[in-house]
Design a protein around this ligand. Structure first.
Ligand SMILES: Cc1ncc(COP(=O)(O)O)c(C=O)c1O
Length: 409
């Protein structure tokens, strides 16, 4: 099945494998992107405008969401979603007096929790599901029962490109009238749960187009989607200083407009995203095949959970989820030593994330301690993201797997 059997390769690879290489993607769409950029330059209109409106419509369609609002970053999109939904009091006051709380995961990028504080509410953490790394619905349910009244929303993160268990979160919402579901879909444009795209699942959702994301801008950019026309109206106002009429301010908002150039680039890339996503899925499937063939990978699933005592634990995809593999993340025995060995051979990897949010110095005031979320903490010690991007070549994947096989030999 493979050109060279993994076990027969003894010499270290001469060829480095970068963790990310977007220059290959740029080369493949250069003419389209440059002509979109040129059109904006000719128009000399750089803030919002028809390109932003056009990208918003295309993104709303792709997410099966009635409304999409472009903004300056994924972090802002999260804040706008919360503020426009009336969670916290940052949109109506400059000093937080809110008792509102929002439950989220401690195993994510910092913005998943900091946006809650910025909105003027309090983040409350629940542990993760060890199979998917996503917020555990059972953990969120337990938190809900301990914070009656103050918990206004659940903010699950579709980590690494796989939607959180939306059936379970929808059931929780049904039992708690008024509770909102806000998706942190920063890593999951194009992912689906039961056929419904990320961005169309919750009351509102936030996307990041940071340059390393699976749909990426040429700088910072973000998007909020929502099914609520009220959230749509308020988010549009909040992203432009609470201003619906020029220089008349209804409330204190922020400057979080989406640049016209970014929208023009994003709309070109959005047209290619389905093909790129398919490539990512193929690459993920091939990684798993290679690890299994090398005898060092193990599959994990609900009835038969596996740990690093069994080998490299390969990514698990829930039956109702369509994973976009923004990242291909394994659990690896002796993770840090493996990472150093790969790095010495020019193979790039990343650790998302080495320290959980409840252990961050900046969030010490929340009162959590090491040991509070054992699954999240275990994941932080074991996860390793391998190179994955649509243009990654078969021979590069093989080099990565062979190097890992040699490390464990
Ligand atoms: C899960 C998650 N949430 C939020 C963000 C914030 O997005 P941005 O960097 O565009 O502000 C990111 C980006 O890294 C992310 O990965």
């Amino acid at each position: 099945m493979y050109d060279t059997p993994v076990s027969s390769v003894a010499a270290p690879p001469a060829q480095p494998v970068p963790f990310l290489d977007f220059s290959r993607q740029f080369a493949s769409i250069r003419d389209e992107v440059m002509s979109a950029i040129e059109e904006v330059c000719v128009s000399q209109r750089f803030i919002l405008g028809p390109e932003v409106a056009s990208f918003e419509s295309a993104a709303a369609l792709a997410c099966a969401a009635p409304h999409a609002i472009g903004c300056a970053s994924g972090t802002d999109a999260l804040w706008l979603a919360l503020a426009a939904a009336g969670i916290g009091d940052s949109a109506s006051s400059t000093r937080s007096t809110s008792q509102h709380a929002v439950v989220t995961t401690p195993f994510s990028f910092f913005a998943s929790a900091s946006c809650i504080l910025r909105a003027g509410a309090r983040p409350v953490f629940a542990d993760i599901d060890p199979l998917t790394f996503n917020l555990s619905p059972a953990g969120a349910k337990d938190v809900l029962s301990r914070h009656p009244g103050t918990l206004k929303a659940i903010l699950p993160v579709h980590l690494f490109g796989q939607c959180a268990d939306w059936d379970a979160f929808t059931r929780l919402q049904q039992h708690h009238p008024g509770l909102l579901l806000i998706e942190d879909a920063a890593q999951a444009f194009g992912a689906t749960w039961a056929g419904i795209p990320a961005g169309g699942l919750g009351d509102a959702a936030a996307f990041s187009f940071y340059p390393t994301k699976n749909l990426s801008a040429f700088g910072d950019a973000g998007l909020l989607t929502t099914r609520s026309s009220q959230i749509d109206r308020r988010a549009r106002s909040l992203r432009a200083h609470g201003m619906t009429r020029r220089y008349f301010h209804d409330e204190v908002g922020w400057n979080s407009r989406l640049d016209t150039l970014q929208a023009a680039v994003l709309e070109v890339k959005l047209r290619h995203l389905p093909a790129w996503t398919q490539q990512r899925r193929n690459l993920a499937a091939r990684y798993s095949e290679l690890f299994l063939a090398a005898g060092i990978g193990v599959l994990t699933e609900p009835g038969a959970p596996r740990t690093i005592a069994d080998g490299i634990v390969l990514p698990y995809t829930a039956p109702r989820a369509q994973h976009v593999f923004h990242q291909y993340v394994i659990r690896a025995p002796r993770r840090d030593d493996l990472r150093a060995a790969l790095s010495a051979q020019g193979i790039g990897t990343e650790v998302y994330y080495p320290l959980c949010l409840h252990q961050q110095d900046a969030l010490r005031d929340l009162g959590y301690r090491t040991g509070d979320f054992p699954e999240a903490e275990r994941a932080a010690n074991e996860v390793l993201a391998l190179p994955i991007y649509p243009e990654l070549r078969d021979d590069e994947q093989q080099i990565v797997v062979e190097a890992i096989a040699r490390f464990y030999a």
